[in-house]
Design a protein around this ligand. Sequence first.
Ligand SMILES: Cc1ncc(COP(=O)(O)O)c(C=O)c1O
Length: 300
Amino acid sequence: MTNIDGNIVPTDQAAVPVLDRGFLYGDSIYEVFRTYRGIPLFMEEHFERLENSAKLVQMKISQSREELTQEIKRTVLATGATAADNVYVRYQITRGEGPIDLHPDKREKTRYVIIVTPLRAWNPKHYSVGMSMAIPSVRRNPVNALDPNIKGGNYLNNVIAVMQARKKGADESLILNAEGYVTEASNSNVWFVINDEVVTPGTGNLRGLTKAAILSGCAERGINASERQIHCEELASATECFVTSATREVMPVYCLEVLEGEFLDFPRGGGDRTREIQAVYREVVEEYLDAHSSDSFFAN
Ligand SMILES: Cc1ncc(COP(=O)(O)O)c(C=O)c1O
């Protein structure tokens, strides 16, 4: 089901006006989360990131967190899901409608679009074996052009990246920046094990909430995992690779094409460190769910 400004309809019947700035210019921001046992994971952190995206694009969100939370809940319930079903929630705020003019009109009211679907199951092979990745020729938008921390409706950079990777026969893209440093995958953060250290780039990518949860979960457990710059030339010494996101959780990568026809192989199904991080994330999620059971969409 999809909720547009309070009107909930089946998703294939939902439509926004053509003058919506999200449609015209990608002038929108969004968040994606999933539920576990009816409990939304990291709800507050998602709102904080949404508000940060809004700040980065100078958007004033007309709706309050409370209103959006209520509407998200109403949409989840309208799908007929029960606490036993895991759902996917994508909520988007567009800068609303106005004349065809790049500069927004101050009077515009932001529009919200909440899409709720059953949680998509990834191909089980992406866990038992892993994903393959390739480096596309397109580079990640630099922070001083279109900051990757804007989680916005303009994803063409990432769309091109994943299309180029698929053309090379890989499942996903490992996107570099203009200087050859690793940034992220098209819709997940990327991690490597280099010299037995678990590392992920700290800048030039979206601050993933899964990444943040893993970093703090590792810190609490005394497990070494950190953010640092990773140049593509360093990748030859990587022994493991995985990606993280709200819907993928911790997904191993078994193969990376670094140069045309030059492949790095990683343990199928994830090596020891990848499995250790998977276990940390599972624990962090369980701890969160225990502490937030009252946030369940199905609680009274
Ligand atoms: C470009 C990009 N990087 C990273 C992520 C991972 O973020 P999260 O862990 O919050 O899902 C996403 C998720 O949507 C993304 O689109």
